[in-house]
Design a protein around this ligand. Structure first.
Ligand code: FDM
Length: 210
């Protein structure tokens, strides 16, 4: 049995990740790759509903607590994620632990360091590929709907962007998110295809931050 690939899209708010995730899933399915799209936070669970209340500013939560809720919201999907990957399903994730670390670390709260945030995620699998949709916070702020949620503020998004940059390693592909939807999609397909092939050929799934 060959395994599925874990493909993650990351980037600032309103950079077009969700559109590209959907297009990628449609493309992979059309080429016969069993694929599912997931998003984090998963707002449908009870933990996810608390996160949603926080993000939409209906609830206030301590920064350390909300960080743990985001982590728990991934851990509650861990078994199913591992089961699907092992069964050969490729997962395309709209955000994952990299957002968890970048957004919390960007707050600059004493003690909530990148190292601390990373340490809470070690039970989760690492992405085979992180597609970083990079765009300046000023450009995303000009997009429709910006500013509706808690973190959609240009100064904060700049810090998030810096945090993402410091997390990049050889598993990351950086794509200019300011181009056209179709151009970006072509670039995404070009970086994803070899990763899906490698997973299919038996490349082992990594652990986060190893
Ligand atoms: N976010 C997302 C975090 O702060 N931590 C996390 O672990 C994750 C997965 O929640 F502002 C933030 C990032 C973003 C918000 O927005 C979720 P979208 O629009 O649902 O991606």
């Amino acid at each position: 049995m060959t395994r599925g690939a874990l493909i993650v899209f990351e980037g600032g708010d309103r950079c077009g990740k969700t559109t590209q995730c959907s297009k990628l899933v449609e493309y992979l399915q059309s080429t016969g790759v069993d694929t599912q799209m997931w998003r984090f936070p998963n707002r449908s669970t009870s933990i996810g509903q608390s996160i949603n209340a926080y993000l939409s500013e209906q609830a206030h939560l301590d920064d350390a607590v909300v960080h743990m809720l985001f982590v728990a919201n991934r851990l509650e999907q861990r078994t199913e994620m591992l089961r699907l990957l092992a069964a050969g399903t490729t997962l395309v994730l709209d955000r994952y632990s990299y957002s968890g670390v970048a957004y919390t670390a960007a707050k600059g709260v004493p003690g909530l360091t990148m190292e601390y945030c990373k340490s809470l995620e070690v039970l989760l699998p690492a992405a085979d590929l992180v597609v970083h949709m990079a765009m300046t916070p000023e450009a995303t702020a000009a997009r429709g709907g910006y500013g509706q949620e808690r973190y959609e503020k240009v100064e904060f998004q700049k810090k998030v962007m810096e945090a993402f940059e410091s997390l990049r390693d050889e598993r990351w592909a950086v794509i200019d998110a300011s181009g056209s939807i179709d151009d970006i999609h072509k670039q995404v397909v070009a970086v994803v295809q070899p990763v899906v092939e490698r997973a299919r050929a038996g490349a082992p799934l990594g652990k986060l931050w190893d």
